[in-house]
Design a protein around this ligand. Sequence first.
Ligand SMILES: Nc1ncnc2c1ncn2[C@@H]1O[C@H](COP(=O)(O)OP(=O)(O)O)[C@@H](O)[C@H]1O
Ligand SMILES: [Mg+2]
Length: 165
Amino acid sequence: MDYRVTSATVEQTREWGKQLGARLRGGDVVTLSGDLGAGKTAFAQGVGESLGVKGPMTSPTFTFQQEYSGRVLNSGIETQTETEIRLIHMDLYRLQRPEEVEVIGVEDAFVEEAVCLIEWPEIAEDFLPESRLDVQIIGSGEASREIIFHAREHNWEQRLKDLNI
Ligand SMILES: Nc1ncnc2c1ncn2[C@@H]1O[C@H](COP(=O)(O)OP(=O)(O)O)[C@@H](O)[C@H]1O
Ligand SMILES: [Mg+2]
């Protein structure tokens, strides 16, 4: 099931990231695809903001991955608790061969205590968990963007159905 939204500005793209961030929990893996300048990093910054990440998030183009600390909210019937999580932001643009994905240890990020965001995920396709959420951003330059949330698993559909900004 795909959910399609539009974003007219970089602020709106960040806001959609924030909206998704509010629905994330430990163990989630989210891919971000789209052309250079589509807004993948802007979206990731919105996710970071909602997870309480402090400090600037930039694309880890040369280091492949950057880790931040954040927290997710767990809503119970009457209580809300917070869980500390690691936010791992990857940018695999500069990888050239799938074997390199193993060398840099991409799979180590797919753990319950981390949320993982992956820009340029294509080269890592064979290593990514089936249960991930794929986010595609279409458009670049000053044109508005279409953001497509591709739910690969039923539980994402439940979480995305009231997505709104
Ligand atoms: N609707 C929009 N959504 C996202 N970015 C936009 C939008 N309109 C213009 N931009 C600009 O496009 C660029 C997106 O950059 P960035 O998030 O780094 O892209 P990516 O990580 O996909 O390469 C920014 O300079 C931003 O200001
Ligand atoms: Mg980027």
